[in-house]
Unconditional design. Structure first.
Length: 203
């Protein structure tokens, strides 16, 4: 298999970026980019640390990523499995990347920047839902922001209901856990109880 091993080889293969791909990248949140952030209910958070890379899904009601000013966004860290892979990375290496999805839209939005964690009581309380505050808030200083063209969404037909996967054809979390733990964890009981558990722990 032939490998590309230099930037010169890479640029010779792909050529120069088109002008629009460069003009769209700025160092602040413009009013139009603000609208995309406020409309998004889902963002993937990528981080790096000594153990390697991590990419974590973050979802909430549309607009859950709060715009503090034109160079700062905030993400509440809602309840989860307490692995804190992303947060562990941020504490040691502040570099992060965000990819926002907008259901029904081909456009996505990307942010690169540096992050830190805050546990300021007033800030945590401002993100409370049903009286439950996040344990921490990820505060991101925006370095670059730009929209991504729609080709990936179009090719994947991500929002086409005719292409939705039947969950019954996939292994369930309980089945995966049972296999990996030699039936010590997971199983049908895990799957059957998860929906009720999620109702009381979603926030």
């Amino acid at each position: 298999m032939s490998r590309i091993t230099t930037i010169e080889e890479l640029e010779a293969l792909y050529g120069v970026p088109v002008e629009t791909s460069l003009v769209k990248e700025v160092d602040r949140i413009t009013p139009q980019y603000q609208k995309l952030i406020e409309a998004s209910p889902f963002v993937a958070l990528a981080t790096s640390g000594p153990e390697g890379l991590d990419c974590s899904p973050r979802g909430d009601k549309a607009g859950f990523v709060r715009i503090h000013d034109d160079t700062t966004v905030m993400i509440p860290d809602r309840r989860g499995n307490n692995r804190v892979d992303s947060l562990r990375n941020i504490v040691r290496d502040p570099k992060v990347a965000l990819l926002f999805l907008l259901p029904g839209s081909g456009s996505t939005l990307r942010i690169n920047g540096k992050a830190h964690l805050s546990i300021a009581p007033d800030l945590l309380g401002s993100f409370a839902i049903d009286g439950k505050s996040p344990r921490s808030v990820v505060i991101i200083d925006v370095e670059t922001i730009y929209f991504q063209c729609a080709r990936a969404i179009i090719r994947s037909e991500l929002w086409n209901p005719d292409r939705f996967i039947d969950p019954a054809t996939l292994p369930t979390p309980g089945q995966i856990l049972a296999t990996l733990s030699e039936n010590k964890l997971g199983g049908a009981d895990y799957d059957n109880s998860w929906a009720d558990k999620a109702k009381v722990s979603i926030w």
